[in-house]
Write a protein that binds this ligand. Structure first.
Ligand SMILES: [Zn+2]
Length: 398
């Protein structure tokens, strides 16, 4: 992993003002939407997996004869396929497109950050020139990045573009390992040296109680109006209000934690090690704790912010399989059983440790076993002492 390039992505979303008439641009967006709809309609009933090649064979010529450019055609059938798949995965109905929005390949636009203009290549060889409305400072950092796709949207009489940028960075050579254990009630992080000494330990409580309170409100309202809540305006509004609070609380928290963690990791030159959430679902690890009401989405949001903030600081992020991180003894590999509030004990060797701290040791060990090689991480790690929980931490409700 080390020495390899790290790719950081970010979108620049700005308002854009067309220079001159924008009839062609609007026509393009309508055509684009309708073309996606036609393809969605045609592939909705197809149950086999549609490869890019197959989509190309089925739709390319039609799209080009509708006066689209080659790369438009590709974007359109891929968009249609993604739309169909996500609708089916969510058990939903066939999507009906209303919004005017088009994804455009980098070959079909020209971006000039000096003059803040964007030229889009449309159907029929039309072009549209747009002025980007953004401050110099906001754009400055993207100058050294490379742009790839963009999305142009027409909404409430305004055009918006999101331009996607990426840049390759060489990650900082890590000197320590920061292992992060996400829980329902807290985020626990521990920084270890390559030979297993713990340098820092921190627990950050999550706002899960606040979130649950709003969830419970929503459920109460829905229970009171089981059939009609969707249709009574005030009821729906009340539900939306609680939903919005949940969204704000969780994003605020995720941003704060992401920033704090990345700052700490930068100070210690850490590689940031997280549990792979995709595998979490398979392993069904924390399922008991999962309490369907506060699910994976909350963990995802936190991880997203950690990864983003770490990327901003050129720090490497690695994900490990969470299997066994809170059920296996880090000293002997035996099975851990509960031994009081959030404390675990190994039946085999007598090891006793705080549940979350133990998880960080296991996460750390998973990273080291995969990534240690010559150099800094070549030393075989001793298992850190897990029972040295910091004072005042144990028993504190998450
Ligand atoms: Zn043991």
């Amino acid at each position: 992993m080390r020495g390899e390039e790290l790719v950081v992505n970010e979108a620049l979303k700005v308002r854009a003002l067309p220079e001159g008439s924008y009839d062609n641009l609007l026509e393009f967006l309508r055509l684009y939407r309708d073309a996606i709809q036609i393809i969605v309609d045609r592939i909705w009933g197809i149950n086999e997996k549609l490869s890019k090649k197959k989509l190309h064979r089925l739709f390319y010529n039609d799209l080009v004869s509708m006066s689209f450019r080659a790369h438009h055609a590709k974007e359109i059938y891929i968009n249609a396929k993604n739309l169909m798949e996500s609708a089916k995965n969510n058990g939903g109905r066939k999507p009906v497109l209303r919004k005017l929005s088009a994804r455009i390949d980098k070959y079909d636009y020209k971006l000039d950050l000096n003059n803040m203009t964007l030229t889009l290549k449309l159907h029929n060889d039309y072009e549209a020139r747009l002025k980007l409305i953004a401050s110099r400072e906001r754009v400055e950092k993207f100058r050294s990045w490379s742009n790839y796709e963009l999305v142009v949207k027409y909404e409430d009489g305004e055009f918006w573009v999101s331009i996607y940028f990426k840049r390759a960075v060489k990650p900082l050579e890590p000197r320590t390992v920061m292992a992060i254990d996400l829980n329902f009630g807290n985020v626990t992080l521990a920084i270890y040296t390559p030979d297993g000494r713990r340098l820092r330990l921190k627990k950050l409580n999550t706002p899960h109680k606040k979130i649950l309170t709003h969830k419970i409100w929503i459920e109460k309202i829905q229970k009171r109006y089981p059939k009609s809540w969707r249709f009574i305006k005030n009821v729906r509004k009340a539900i939306e209000r609680h939903g919005k609070r949940i969204k704000n609380i969780s994003w605020d928290y995720a941003h704060r934690v992401g920033d704090l963690i990345a700052e700490l990791a930068l100070r210690y030159h850490s590689v940031v090690v997280l549990e792979d959430l995709e595998k979490l679902r398979e392993n069904n690890k924390k399922s008991r704790e999962f309490n369907k009401r506060l699910g994976l989405w909350f963990y995802r949001r936190i991880q997203f912010c950690i990864e983003y903030e770490a990327g901003e600081r050129n720090l490497e992020v690695v994900k490990v399989n969470p299997r066994g991180t809170s059920s296996k003894c880090p000293r002997c590999g035996g099975k851990l059983v509960e031994y009081g509030y959030r404390v675990l004990r190994c039946r085999k060797c007598g090891f006793i440790g705080d549940r979350d701290v133990t998880a960080t040791i296991n996460i750390y060990k998973k990273y080291i076993s995969k990534h240690s090689r010559c150099g800094v991480f070549g030393v075989a790690p001793n298992a850190p002492k897990p029972d040295e929980a910091p004072s005042g931490m144990r028993g504190k409700p998450g």
